[in-house]
Design a protein around this ligand. Structure first.
Ligand SMILES: *Cc1c(COP(=O)(O)O)cnc(C)c1O
Length: 393
């Protein structure tokens, strides 16, 4: 069942890449819940440990179900190597500690996932790795932030919750001119909508917890890139330091990948319909969605992405009180900060995901008190609209 990957399209790879059928002839991918593997004899054990014979030793190093997920995601992102991790944060940690060292400098876009900035500013800082933050869309600010010891540029695009875009092609050129790696957290688009490696990025990071799972069941992550940096350096960190993905979670993500592009197209269609409706609503002062012609980077989004994704943010008149009223009036949407689920979720960023920022930092980031984020799911769009209309009308 080993496909010649170059010969197949995205949806075929999403369903079949990486599967190695066993002698049992199973149709669906098996789960291998085993911590270690048995050798035929002492000499084989010695050869495996010495690295002179390939094969499984221990599931912190390799596991067949995890490997199937890694090979499938690598095929979808167009990468050579993929390393699966216990969470999205473990993927970011493994990338940074596998590739950076004391004295190195990292430039990150300001609007990355909140816990990512804690990882950079608290834990990487303790290892002597310094981080500077710049506005995602301001290429001059990126240029100005690069120092002789800068080794990595890190972005998420589109950003959360304001759906600002980073120009992956331009940032890759800048990174490579300064001997830096461009790392893209591709959580919001997934390879179904955006393939950063094709645009010049060196490494792609995923929180598989979100759209790769797609139904809010498991926590996991992955790093995709080349054989040297990902296959050797990031993998080396992982097998030693240990935040590996469980085979059960890998299996759930495999099943998620099978429907990835269908789901991402459906999320995008629902999100565009919702954003278009919100833009016409008199109680809404501003809508943030890259698929709207009014989005300042709509042209870049159309060029860089295959579709516009499932995250829509909007501002209501009347600040926090009005925003909470819209959230509390819903009966169907889930009030939770998670995203990438078939269930639509609604969040008030100023008092949850961005609640620990000072009012000045929030203002800087554009997170106003009237801002609401909806991660648009796959329910009937009429029901999603009606649920929001309860508080907006
Ligand atoms: C959720 C998220 C993460 C962290 O992933 P976990 O699986 O929760 O560890 C990283 N980046 C982005 C963009 C996320 O949304």
């Amino acid at each position: 069942m080993d496909l010649e990957l170059d010969d197949y399209g995205f949806d075929t790879l999403a369903i079949r890449a990486g599967q190695h059928r066993t002698a049992e002839g199973e149709h669906s991918e098996p789960i291998f819940p085993t911590s270690s593997y048995v050798f035929a004899n002492a000499a084989e054990a010695a050869a495996r440990f010495a690295g002179s014979q390939p094969g499984n030793i221990y599931s912190r190093f390799t596991n067949p179900t995890v490997r199937t997920f890694e090979q499938r995601l690598a095929a979808l992102e167009g990468g050579i190597s993929c390393v699966a991790t216990a969470s999205g944060m473990a993927a970011i940690l493994a990338t940074c500690l596998g590739l950076l060292k004391q004295g190195d400098h990292l430039v990150s876009s300001r609007a990355v996932f909140g816990t990512t900035t804690v990882l950079f500013s608290t834990y990487l800082a303790r290892c002597g790795i310094e981080t500077s933050y710049v506005p995602l869309a301001d290429l001059d600010a990126w240029k100005a932030a690069i120092r002789p010891n800068t080794r990595m540029l890190f972005i998420e695009t589109p950003s959360n919750p304001l759906t600002e875009l980073g120009d992956i092609r331009a940032l890759a050129v800048l990174a490579h001119a300064h001997d830096c790696l461009l790392v893209v957290d591709n959580c919001f688009c997934t390879p179904a909508l955006q393939r950063p490696l094709e645009l010049g990025a060196d490494i792609v990071i995923h929180s598989a917890t979100k759209y790769l799972d797609g139904q809010g069941r498991c926590v996991g992550g992955a790093v995709v890139g080349d054989a040297e940096r990902v296959g050797k350096d990031v993998y080396g960190f992982l097998r030693t330091c240990g935040p590996t993905l469980s085979p059960f979670n890998a299996w759930v993500f495999l099943k998620g990948l099978e429907t990835l592009s269908l789901r991402m197209r459906a999320h995008s269609a629902n999100a565009l319909a919702l954003a278009t409706w919100l833009e016409m609503h008199p109680a809404v002062t501003r809508v943030y969605y890259p698929g709207l012609a009014s989005h300042p980077q709509h042209a870049l989004a159309a060029r860089q992405q295959r579709d516009f994704g499932g995250i829509v943010s909007f501002e209501v008149r009347g600040g926090q009180q009005a925003a909470w009223k819209v959230i509390d009036a819903t009966r169907m949407l889930s009030i939770t900060a998670n995203l990438g689920d078939v269930k639509s979720t609604i969040t008030h960023p100023a008092t949850t995901t961005h609640g620990r920022l000072t009012p000045e930092q929030r203002a800087d980031a554009g997170i106003t008190d009237g801002l609401i984020r909806v991660a648009v799911g796959l329910e009937d769009i009429a029901d999603i609209r009606a649920d929001l209309a309860r508080g907006l009308d």
